[in-house]
Design a protein around this ligand. Structure first.
Ligand code: AHG
Ligand code: MN
Ligand code: MN
Ligand code: MN
Length: 335
């Protein structure tokens, strides 16, 4: 029976059997993320009215200027997860190092760690364009009850228990996978609940949208340049349509619904790529694969990369399967 009025909370309970744990820890964790998302959503919605636009006047460890909303969203997600004592550790784009969460009695029996990009697309805040939050959940590998270690965070993406994003857009959505497909929930702002609105989301096998910051063209590797030429050729269903918001979450979301590819390659400016493996690429790659899409660094499956550092950057090619495969063919000519 199709249920249109299923809330995210009810959905998690109904699907409890899919999760390895039945202790309720996972449900409580999702519920904390949901709460933080609603708080950030509230602030994003009235950003022009409160003193939350513009630079925070600081940079993060990766040398990026922090926006006020970057700092605010980070604080909200950190505090919500810490106050509820629901995880044992958090790593965030906006924190220098991972954070160990102590329990009330100095030990912490929780088994999950969260990695996040609290505010994605922050250059879009001041101009009223959609931004997002990305999160990734793993089980720790070190024993519970001991302080977390860096190795709990440097796990391969294929070890993720769940991942998702929130898009603060024309409507606010939370899109989630826990390894058995992707489901999208839309916030009803009048009631404050997320309802299942997009069950079983899938990337179309092929698409006609390519999303890339083409202003950096001269700095791109030759394989990407050749692929862009292919996208623009007049042949079969080409030229494709170019769409680039500059918020990974929003570009991914559109491409998943309509069919397309998101590209952030290496460049002479960003020799390792710009996007962060742990906070952006792994969670989006997990979602993509769970939605019949594909994610690669041009040569290797994103989820198989062994991370070596928290803020590691990688090139990112993600979207409809046949489009990502085609791009890999072009890249393979320049190994
Ligand atoms: P963040 O705001 O979390 O730092 O991420 C920005 C990312 C991503 O969302 C977006 O797709 C990309 O950077 C845009 O980069 P360019 O402005 O270089 O195109
Ligand atoms: Mn940033
Ligand atoms: Mn980001
Ligand atoms: Mn960010």
């Amino acid at each position: 029976m199709k249920k249109n009025n299923l809330t995210l909370g009810e959905f998690i309970i109904e699907n409890q059997k899919h999760y390895k744990s039945t202790s309720g820890e996972f449900s409580r964790l999702i519920s904390s993320i949901k709460l933080a998302a609603k708080i950030v959503n509230y602030k994003v919605n009235k950003a022009g009215l409160v003193d939350i636009l513009g630079d925070a006047g600081d940079t993060n460890i990766q040398g990026e200027d922090q926006q006020k909303l970057d700092v605010y969203a980070n604080d909200v997600f950190m505090q919500t997860l810490i106050n509820r004592e629901i995880v044992c550790g958090i790593a965030s784009e906006e924190e220098d190092d991972y954070v160990t969460i102590k329990g009330k009695h100095e030990t912490n029996e929780n088994k999950y760690v969260v990695l996040m990009d609290p505010l994605d697309g922050s250059s879009n805040i001041d101009v009223n364009v959609s931004v997002g939050t990305i999160f990734s959940i793993y089980k720790r590998v070190t024993p519970t009850g001991t302080p977390v270690d860096k190795i709990d965070f440097l796990q391969r993406g294929n070890q993720q228990v769940a991942a998702g994003y929130v898009v603060y857009g024309t409507s606010t959505m939370l899109v989630l996978t826990s390894g058995s497909g992707v489901n999208g929930f839309t916030l009803n702002p009048a009631i404050g609940s997320f309802y299942l609105s997009h069950p079983n989301m899938k990337f179309p096998e092929n698409g006609t949208i390519y999303s890339i910051n083409e202003g950096n063209y001269v700095h791109f590797p030759q394989g990407v340049k050749d692929y862009l030429k292919y996208c623009q050729e007049e042949k079969e269903n080409r030229p494709y349509t170019s769409r680039y918001i500059g918020s990974l979450v929003s570009d991914f979301h559109r491409n998943m619904i309509k069919g397309g590819i998101y590209i952030y390659p290496t460049s002479t400016k960003n020799p390792k790529g710009k996007l962060r493996l742990l906070y952006e690429c792994n969670p989006m790659a997990f979602l993509a694969e769970q939605a019949n899409g594909k994610a690669s660094d041009g040569y290797v499956r994103i989820l198989d990369i062994k991370p070596t550092e928290l803020h590691q950057r990688v090139p990112f090619f993600c979207g409809s399967k046949s489009m990502v495969k085609k791009l890999e063919e072009f890249m393979a000519k320049y190994p």
